[in-house]
Each structure stands twice: as structure tokens, then as C-alpha cells.
Design a protein around this ligand. Structure first.
Ligand code: PRX
Length: 654
């Protein structure tokens, strides 16, 4: 049966950049016939080059692809300087604090703030092109200034999400060998102050010899410890900085930033992005997918600690000359109407959030959006995890009033920008379906040998040609880069990029993402490797073995389910288990952060292993879901373990 389709709003489509499927198909055909010509056209049209490039795409060292080879630019000129002539008094950033305080930062003010911070880093701290700067920041304008200040002087920023623990922060500082840390004393969340600087202090207590200076933005003026010669107040130092700063001339392929993300094995990977290709696609997708126009106000609720915050709060909107809203708080505080009140007051035109947030807002206030004037909305976006049809319909009907396009955007930290998404003025949408690849993106659902899957069958979601905003390497580990992304699927003799996601294509070519097929779980749109959580849990002295799996969750998408085998000498009884669960979650919070805490921790007598010792996670996933075990368990070293695990899960009431 063909699924019901929702067609673009006709009035909207008339003024959209891509107005119908004919235009989409023409762009796609152009890219297929003349791939380099297609990208050459957009790179010339969109980017303000300091020096033109000599070659569009260099594939000679695949998969280390190079784009716009030899071109020179500075990303901050693309995001700020070129707007000064035409929109200097336009709001670049509208900041809303947790407690409702607002700031409007015009492009001219942004230019000055970024230049002053760039001068501070360059002249006072000696930060040079190629140095790494770690940002551990709340959602305040200074976080955006810091990212752009790094880009101005050619330093490579690496933002670490403020929810990560000191241990996790330390790992990332060490891996990047950062010279400077930029942080804030704290910020506000749900009406109360919280602290960040003490986490930085703890991270730097041992093993971070590369760090010379810590710059502290005083957001909430809580008492913090200042270490002489290391810690400096941004608020004091910034006053005396000149507000112009010569931009560093950057090569297209110089690294712009690192962003650590989880894979299926080992420690987090420092995903490295480039200058030109990244900023080009960030800007183009703002224009095509959100169709942001000159007088629009755009709001993405992500945190700058994730790729969505990089590409669709800071770089994309600013490159497009848009007004981007930055929000310190959470959309449910002080009540379930907060987000809708902001949409009404700021007259938001494009709203971009995660399915978990949509499900929470739906649950808290089915009719809440109806109390507000949301008529300014034109495009509603979702990202980070599969959205379910009920949440999609509520978003479409109640939030969007049945007149807004919903763009379900599929992409990843590694892709830099959107890959598969509806175009708001063109694509007939099926609920909870990412629809088609964007023009220029060659996404295909394949078998491991590169053959396309039949309609309705699940396959591996691959991108079969390099694209400008793609990951360039994993910082310090090019072999892992090759193995992680170009090791699984080979098409016509050529390894192609495999995303780690599964997907299904229907008979009309619509792509629906089914979720990760590797050992990565997605909790509230936060991506976590089961291996990382397992190695944290193993640090608990009573734990002999552990296996972590994801379990479907009606709000969070997935939740974390941990099976624990205790060391022989540990008595296992329920009274202690409650305590143990608490302790294990404390270990996770210490090693990774609260976001990785397990929802269920069950002590089991053993794990289902093959004779070669491999843990059969599929069985554990099925047990966590309460499903019947359909697969053959006779090959297990001890088939009776399955019933024992099921019994333990039942007893634990999980
Ligand atoms: O599994 C996919 C899921 O999020 C993963 C990427 O996570 P991350 O790198 O943290 O980036 C999140 C923001 C881009 C993907 O491998 N994902 C992302 N968008 C969607 C999605 N799953 C389903 N539908 C989406 N629209």
C-alpha cells in the first residue's frame, strides 16, 4: 500500500528556491552528468574566495578526498565580513537566556566581538594557525564568538558538549593536544546556576601538559578558583582588544574544527572538517532545506557541543546572512509553552529540533501550541534520530497548523551538513521519512557488495561519491578513518562511505532511515558507543563482564540497558543490586557524563557467547525488548544462559 503524502504549501512553493520536483530532478541530473561542474558552479557562486582554487576535486589519494584544491579563503569573511556592507545592522544572533534575558547581536557587533576575541587569542595567548583550542561552553553568544575567533586566526576548535564529565573532557583535550581551553564559570538551566569551570579544573588536574591557558567567560559570577598564570578572565581582557583583526589566509583543505563523536569501538573519534567544502555546504543547505530568506528569523534548539549546533546555529546561518536564535535554556522551562512563547515573540520562521524534544513537548502539552500565535512558522525541521509517525503528525498538524513543511533531515557529524531531506517547496513528504538525497548527494541503500537493495528491503545507507562537507580524517588516526567509513561496502571495486545506518527505499525511491546497524546507540539524539559505556562500567570494582545494548524508548528513542556479570567473590542479592545500580551510574557519570547513565542495569549469571567468545548482542537486544528469542541459540557456548538472563530481567522488573 502506498503511504499517504503531504504536498508542499503552494504559496510557499512559489517563492521557494527550489519550487518543484522538476527543478529538483534537473539539479540532480546535472550533478549526475557533470559532478565536478555542478560543484564548481556553486563554489564559485557562493564563496568569497581570497584566491581561486585550481581543481574542484582531487580523488588521487582516496578516501582522503580534497575539494577546491589550492583555493584560499577565511570562513569568518564568508560568515561576517561580507555581510557588513549589506546588512551590518541586521541581527546576526538573537540570544535568549534561560531566565528570559535577551541580547541582539548585529552583524557589525558580531564582527567586533569576534575580532576582539581573535586578537586576544592571537596576541595575548600566542595562538597560531593550526593550534587546537578546546571549548567547554554553555549556550551563550561568547561560545559562537569563540568558534569564529578560532576560525579567524586559523586555530582548530574542538567543542566539547557541556554535559560531558571531567574525564571525558580530559580525553578529548589530550587527544587534540589543545593549547588553550575556553570555558565559562557557569550558566543557567531551569532557573538555577550550574558550573562548568570546576569541571575544567578537574580535567586539567593531571595529564594535560599541552594546555597553557584557560580563558573564562564570567556568565553567572559564581565563585570559582583562579589559577595564576593559567586562568584569565575574558570579561577583563576583552575590553582592551582592538576590534579589527586580520583574517588568516586559509587553504580550502586546512582543518576548520574537530568534533569528537562515538563509534562502535574504542575511544571517541575526532572528526576533522575542512574550510571551504564545509562552509559551502553549510550555506547551501540553509538556503535549500530551510529556505531562509532575508527577513526570516531561524531557530535551531541544538547545543553547540554537537554538529547540529556547529552547522545550523553558527556556521550555516551566518554564512547565509540569516538571523539565528541561540537559546541557553530548555524548551520545557518554566513550562511546556516556553518554546511556543519564543516562536510567538520572536516571530520564528524556521524551527529545527530533535524528535525527543517533539515527543516531550507533545506529551507535556498536546494543545499547548494552540495557545500561541505560531503563524510566522514556515518550515519545521527534525534531526538526530528517527521520528515516529504520531510525533510527526502532531508536529505537522498542531505546531505547523497543517501549512508548514516538515523537513526530516538525515545527516551525521561526519557528513558536515544535511544529506537526505525533503525540500520544503518541492518534495511531497511521507510522514517520518527523510525522502530523497539533496541535489549533488549520491546516497544509496546497498548490500555489502555494492548492489542496491530491492524496494522494501533493509540495506546499508551509503554515500557513493565524495561530497564537499565530508569528514576529512579522524584526528591523528587516518587508518581508523579508512577502516571506520570505507571498510564495509565496496561498489564496483571502489570502497564507498558507509554511514553505520540502515535504511529502506520504497518503490518510489523514498528513503526511510531505520537506525544504526552498528554498536552505536542513540539516546535522545545523543550518539553513544556501547563500547565506551561498557569500558566505563568495567571500572566499577565488582564488575567482571558487561554488555550494553539499546532498548526502544517512547520518549528518548532508545535507552541504555546494561547486563552485568559480577566478579566471583561478590554476593549477588537484590538489596545490594539497588545500591550497585546507583554506584554503576555514578561511575558512568564520572567517566562520560550524565547523558550516558543506564536506565536499566541487570545482574546476570553470564553473557550469551559463541564458542569463540563473541557476545551475541542480538539476543541481548531481544531480551531487553521482551521479545521472544527467534534465532538459533544452539551455537552458544552455554545455551541455557538465555533463559537465566530472561529470568534475571524479569526478577529485576526491567
Ligand atoms: O543514526 C543516525 C541519526 O543520528 C546519527 C548521527 O548522529 P550525530 O553524528 O550525533 O549527528 C546528529 C545530528 C546530525 C545518524 O547516523 N540520525 C540523524 N538524523 C536522523 C537520524 N536518524 C533518523 N532520521 C534522521 N533524520
Amino acid at each position: 500500500m502506498l503511504q499517504e503524502k503531504y504536498y508542499p504549501n503552494k504559496e510557499f512553493a512559489k517563492q521557494a528556491r527550489i519550487k518543484n520536483m522538476c527543478e529538483y530532478n534537473e539539479l540532480m541530473e546535472w550533478a549526475k552528468e557533470d559532478y565536478e561542474g555542478f560543484w564548481d558552479h556553486w563554489a564559485r557562486e557562493k564563496i568569497d574566495w581570497i584566491e581561486p582554487y585550481e581543481k574542484v576535486l582531487d580523488e588521487s589519494d582516496a578516501p582522503f578526498y580534497k575539494w577546491f584544491v589550492g583555493g584560499k579563503l577565511n570562513v569568518t569573511q564568508q560568515c561576517i565580513d561580507r555581510h557588513i556592507e549589506v546588512r551590518k545592522n541586521k541581527a546576526a544572533i538573537i540570544f535568549e537566556g534561560d531566565r528570559g534575558d535577551r541580547q541582539i547581536i548585529t552583524y557589525l557587533r558580531l564582527y567586533r566581538e569576534v575580532n576582539r576575541m581573535a586578537n586576544l587569542l592571537r596576541n595575548e595567548f600566542g595562538v597560531k594557525k593550526g593550534d587546537r583550542v578546546v571549548l567547554y561552553m554553555p549556550m551563550i553568544p561568547e561560545a559562537a564568538y569563540a568558534m569564529l575567533a578560532c576560525a579567524r586566526i586559523g586555530a582548530i576548535h574542538s567543542v566539547v558538549f557541556g554535559g560531558f564529565s571531567a574525564e571525558a573532557l580530559r580525553d578529548r583535550i589530550q587527544d587534540a593536544e589543545a593549547k588553550v581551553i575556553i570555558t565559562a564559570d557557569g550558566a543557567y538551566r531551569k532557573g538555577a546556576p550550574y558550573m562548568l569551570k570546576p569541571v575544567v579544573d578537574q580535567a586539567l588536574e593531571e595529564g594535560c601538559p599541552s594546555v597553557e591557558k584557560v580563558l573564562v567567560v564570567q556568565r553567572n559570577n559564581e565563585d570559582i578558583i583562579w589559577i595564576g598564570g593559567r586562568d584569565y578572565s575574558y570579561n577583563e581582557m576583552i575590553e582592551s582588544q582592538p576590534d579589527t583583526c586580520e583574517p588568516e589566509v586559509m587553504d580550502s583543505e586546512d582543518p576548520l574544527f574537530l568534533l569528537y563523536t562515538s563509534g562502535s569501538t574504542g575511544k571517541p573519534k575526532g572528526v576533522q572538517h575542512s574550510q571551504a567544502g564545509y562552509i559551502l555546504w553549510a550555506q547551501m543547505t540553509m538556503e535549500w532545506v530551510f529556505d531562509v530568506k532575508e527577513n526570516d528569523t531561524y531557530w535551531c534548539t541544538a547545543d553547540i557541543g554537537w554538529i547540529t549546533g556547529h552547522t545550523y546555529i553558527v556556521y550555516g546561518p551566518l554564512a547565509a546572512g540569516a538571523t539565528t536564535v541561540m537559546f541557553e535554556g530548555v524548551p520545557t522551562y518554566p513550562d511546556a509553552g516556553r518554546a511556543w512563547k519564543m516562536v510567538e515573540e520572536l516571530r520564528i520562521n524556521q524551527f529545527y529540533t530533535a524528535p525527543t524534544a517533539i515527543r516531550v513537548l507533545h506529551k507535556l502539552g498536546e494543545h499547548e501550541p494552540e495557545k500561541y500565535d505560531l503563524s510566522s512558522l514556515k518550515v519545521l525541521g527534525t534531526v538526530g534520530e528517527p521520528i515516529d509517525p504520531p510525533a510527526w503528525k502532531w508536529y505537522y498538524e498542531v505546531v505547523g497548523g497543517g501549512k508548514c513543511a516538515i523537513v526530516d533531515t538525515w545527516w551525521q557529524t561526519e557528513t558536515g551538513g544535511h544529506m537526505i531531506s525533503p525540500l520544503p517547496g518541492a518534495t511531497p513528504v511521507k510522514p517520518a521519512c527523510a525522502t530523497f538525497p539533496l541535489p549533488g548527494i549520491m546516497a544509496e541503500v546497498l548490500e555489502r557488495d555494492g548492489t542496491p537493495v530491492a524496494p522494501g528491503e533493509q540495506g546499508l545507507l551509503c554515500i557513493t561519491r565524495p561530497w564537499p562537507s565530508m569528514i576529512r580524517t579522524i584526528w591523528g588516526d587516518p587508518e581508523r578513518f579508512k577502516k571506520s567509513y570505507f571498510g564495509d561496502v565496496v561498489k564496483e571495486g571502489q570502497p564507498v562511505y558507509f554511514s553505520g545506518d540502515g535504511a529502506v527505499v520504497d518503490e518510489e525511491g523514498y528513503i526511510t532511515i531505520t537506525g544504526r546497524v552498528d554498536d552505536v546507540i542513540n539516546v535522545s539524539g545523543h550518539r553513544m558507543g556501547t563500547a565506551e559505556i561498557e569500558s566505563a562500567i568495567k571500572k566499577h570494582p565488582h564488575v567482571a563482564e558487561v554488555a550494553v545494548v539499546g532498548r526502544p524508548d517512547p520518549i528518548k528513542g532508545e535507552s541504555i540497558f546494561a547486563y552485568i556479570v559480577l566478579k566471583d567473590d561478590i554476593p549477588d542479592n537484590l538489596g545490594e543490586e539497588v545500591e550497585l545500580t546507583k554506584e554503576i551510574n555514578e561511575v558512568i557519570a564520572r567517566e562520560i557524563g550524565n547523558i550516558a547513565k543506564a536506565d536499566a542495569i541487570v545482574v546476570v549469571p553470564g553473557l550469551p557467547k559463541t564458542r569463540s567468545g563473541k557476545v551475541m548482542r542480538r539476543i541481548l537486544r531481544a531480551i531487553a525488548k521482551g521479545e521472544e528469542i527467534k534465532q538459533d541459540i544452539s551455537t552458544l557456548e552455554d545455551p541455557s544462559i538465555v533463559a537465566k538472563i530472561q529470568e534475571a530481567v524479569r526478577c529485576a522488573g526491567c
